[in-house]
Structure formats: structure tokens, C-alpha cells
Design a binder for this molecule. Structure first.
Ligand SMILES: [Zn+2]
Length: 184
């Protein structure tokens, strides 16, 4: 079988794959990608450790807690609270409490799952650098922590590509994810 050149998932350079499953041009690139993946998992783990500390049976949660649990920027949450779109009780400055069940009803990711299952359409993504945002750019643009970005990317199976030190995701998918949700 004739093998054709592939684009390295890490550095983006073209290379002739040694096997059909090769996705990196070199040992160095594969190692770098592995390191990045581990870093990503660590960020996700740290976020999980923080959210695990919030007792599940506590009905009222603070804005930062809600932000962590539901992956929404605190700024966006405060705005929604002040606009009255999220009902809250105010125990004083910085002591706003939100009913956790309300958050679950409004933002539970499980709501979007049936839709995803009934529409298993394969989409074409452009993973060219100019069509992508880096994770840092996404975090900044949509005011979300990088940990949340990673967990959303994983939750919604958004394709990523690593170029050098940075992980990139298609602008179209990211814009769709965060702009499609009017709470961001
Ligand atoms: Zn490479």
C-alpha cells in the first residue's frame, strides 16, 4: 500500500508516516504531545478536586462555586444574577447564593445530550491555525478558565490540534459552543 504524507498533529509539518496509525512526525513530537495531554489532565483534575469539595447536598451555592460546577465565567453569572435571569438570594456583598437546582435546570449539560445522539452527523473541521483559537485565546475571549475550556472540549468532543506548545480548537466549533449558549 502506498503511504502518503500526513501532517504531524504536534508541529504541523508534513511527514511520511512509519505506520498507518502514526500521527506525529518524530519521537520528540509524540513526547511533547504526551506531555501536553498530561498537563491538560492535571488541569482537569485540579478543577475536579475543587468541585468535589462542594457538598452535593448543599442547596445554595456561591457564584464562584456555580462557575466551577457549570463551567461558566463568574462575570457572566454575576451579570445574569443582576439581570434577574438567575434567581438568587443576597446575604450581603459577595454573599450572593444561587439555588443549585436552578443552575442544573438552566445549564445541565445532559440537556444537550439527546440532541447530540440523534444528530450523529460528521462535520468537517478546519484545523488550520488561522481557523482555530488556542485554548488561552478561548479562555480570554469567553471569560472562562482554561480548565473549563478543556472539559467542554472533551465533553462536546471538539477536535483539537497541538501546534508547538499550544492546543488549538476550530473557531467555528468554539463560537458555536459559546455563542450558541445565550448565558455566556
Ligand atoms: Zn512533528
Amino acid at each position: 500500500m502506498k503511504r502518503t504524507n500526513k501532517q504531524c498533529l504536534n508541529c504541523g509539518e508534513e511527514f511520511l508516516p512509519k505506520t498507518v496509525t502514526s500521527v506525529y512526525c518524530s519521537h520528540v513530537c509524540s513526547k511533547k504531545a504526551y506531555k501536553q495531554k498530561m498537563k491538560r489532565l492535571k488541569i482537569e483534575e485540579e478543577l475536579k478536586a475543587l468541585t468535589d469539595k462542594i457538598p452535593e447536598n448543599r442547596a445554595f451555592i456561591s457564584v464562584p462555586e456555580a462557575g466551577m460546577l457549570f463551567g461558566i465565567a463568574n462575570k457572566s453569572l454575576y451579570r445574569l444574577v443582576y439581570q434577574g435571569k438567575i434567581p438568587s438570594i443576597n446575604l450581603g456583598t459577595r454573599l450572593i447564593r444561587i439555588d443549585r437546582r436552578v443552575m442544573e435546570e438552566m445549564f445541565s449539560p445532559s440537556r444537550s445530550l439527546p440532541q447530540a445522539e440523534t444528530a450523529p452527523k460528521k462535520k468537517l473541521y478546519s484545523l488550520e491555525k488561522e481557523d482555530c483559537y488556542s485554548i488561552g485565546e478561548i479562555a480570554q475571549r469567553f471569560q472562562i478558565s482554561e480548565g473549563s475550556v478543556y472539559s467542554h472540549i472533551r465533553k462536546y468532543s471538539i477536535p483539537t490540534r497541538q501546534i508547538g506548545k499550544h492546543v488549538y480548537a476550530p473557531k467555528s466549533e468554539i463560537d458555536n459552543l459559546y455563542n450558541g449558549n445565550d448565558f455566556i
